[in-house]
Design a protein around this ligand. Structure first.
Ligand SMILES: NC(=O)c1ccc[n+]([C@@H]2O[C@H](COP(=O)([O-])OP(=O)(O)OC[C@H]3O[C@@H](n4cnc5c(N)ncnc54)[C@H](O)[C@@H]3O)[C@@H](O)[C@H]2O)c1
Length: 384
């Protein structure tokens, strides 16, 4: 393979997402051998030299940096992959685009619509390839849901219901700020469950069911003060711990969304159900290889919910994996997105969601937070 077919990755951040992305790049050549381009793990960047070196050794990066600006300045890096907390996305992405690098950015694109706009402008002005890791689109069962909807199997859609429930911040002893608990710090995260969890649900929903027109939301912060790891002081909590909103989609259907980190017993209960005039579908992350499907047009004696084990060779992405009946997992969603990104380089197409598309999800998140604050319906301004 010639050098021009190698895309040299520079990744910023080596936490949870740093691992999923590194795993994805490492698996591509094995499972997607037909791709023209392939990644090389050129450098990983984070502030702590010893720890980032240990990560580089573990995952096979050739070199390290401790300043993301130096990473971007290197001429042996083609693509910057942003796996840092949300407050770092904009600065890094804009600098990377201005340096002519491709940019892969973790979700949410930014903390606010205003912060995301110059990111969209920067990648468009520079004409660089870009994508945002809304990886749940690439669960084979979720992609199958999209194919069924696009084929008209459900008919007119009336209802869209989505949840994303967790239970890890119930204790008031969980601090805000710092490693892994930056999600509770509004400055770092931009919001709570809305930008963290509902952003995923909103991206999936608009991909499956079209634009969200307007929203009415309620949010709650159950634990109002927490110790901040940065200052050591007890400080007011600025994030939303829970959020419930309902909405109209552009296609006239109604949506109901709920997310919380206070649903005891739920770790990552991401679900959706869609009800159409002919058929309904539902999906649950805890059983991610299955898609539940009900078709009213079935013969009445046999009609009922069927559970499709999405593991056959003709199911989305599944020809790349094992044999029919054998499952894939969470990590595969990132491998699939990486594969789609590399395929987009080959086809000169886009790898959805682009920054511009992810900005639409940002608009819904912001309308949701505004609605909860003002206790009013808000138009999202989404153009899907
Ligand atoms: N797609 C998904 O399903 C998914 C899941 C989890 C997180 N995320 C997103 O991924 C991003 C990272 O989340 P995470 O869970 O991996 O966080 P994490 O806390 O596990 O890791 C964050 C990393 O960023 C590094 N970092 C922080 N500031 C830095 C700086 N100034 N320079 C260089 N490195 C810096 C930290 O050292 C750490 O390695 C967030 O935007 C989050 O919303 C997406």
């Amino acid at each position: 393979m010639s050098d021009k077919n190698i895309i040299r990755i520079g990744m910023v951040g080596y936490g949870f997402m740093g691992r999923t992305h590194s795993n994805a790049y490492n698996r591509l050549a094995n499972f997607f051998p037909d791709l023209k381009f392939r990644p090389v793990l050129k450098a990983v960047c984070a502030r702590n030299k010893e720890r980032v070196q240990a990560f580089a050794d573990q995952w096979g990066y050739e070199s390290i940096e401790t300043d993301w600006r130096k990473l971007i300045a290197r001429d042996d890096i083609d693509a910057i992959d942003i796996c840092t907390p949300n407050n770092m996305h904009a600065e890094i992405a804009i600098a990377a685009a201005e340096a002519g690098k491709m940019v892969l950015c973790e979700k949410p694109l930014a903390r606010t619509v205003a912060e995301a706009q110059p990111m969209v402008d920067a990648v468009e002005k520079a004409g660089v390839k870009n994508t945002v890791w809304y990886n749940y689109r690439r669960v084979p069962a979720v992609t199958l849901a999209k194919n069924l909807i696009d084929a008209g199997k459900l008919g007119r859609i009336f209802h869209y219901r989505a949840n994303f429930l967790q239970d890890w911040t119930i204790s008031p002893d969980v601090p805000q700020g710092g490693e892994s608990t930056w999600r509770l710090d509004n400055d770092a995260a931009g919001s709570g469950v809305t930008g963290d969890l509902l952003a995923h649900c909103i991206d999936t929903a608009m991909w499956l069911n079209g634009g969200i027109k307007d929203v009415s939301a309620v949010t709650e912060t159950f634990v109002k003060e927490r110790v901040h790891t940065g200052t050591g002081e007890v400080q007011k909590v600025g994030i939303d711990d829970a959020c419930i909103f309902h909405c109209h989609f552009d296609n006239g259907s109604l949506g109901v969304f709920e997310s919380t980190r206070y649903a005891r017993g739920h770790k990552a209960a991401k679900t959706f159900e869609i009800n159409g005039e002919h058929a309904s579908i539902r999906w649950d992350l805890h059983d991610l290889n299955r898609l539940e499907y009900f078709d009213h047009r079935d013969e009445s004696m046999e009609r009922g919910w069927r559970s499709i084990h999405v593991t056959d060779g003709d199911h989305p992405y599944m020809d790349k994996w094992w044999v029919p009946g054998l499952s894939v997992g969470y990590e595969h969603t990132f491998i699939h997105q990486a594969a789609d990104f590399f395929k987009s380089l080959e086809d000169d197409s886009v790898c959805s969601p682009t920054f511009k598309e992810a900005q639409e999800t940002q608009k819904v998140c912001e309308a949701v937070l505004d609605s909860a604050k003002d206790r009013q319906w808000k138009d999202t301004g989404v153009n899907w």
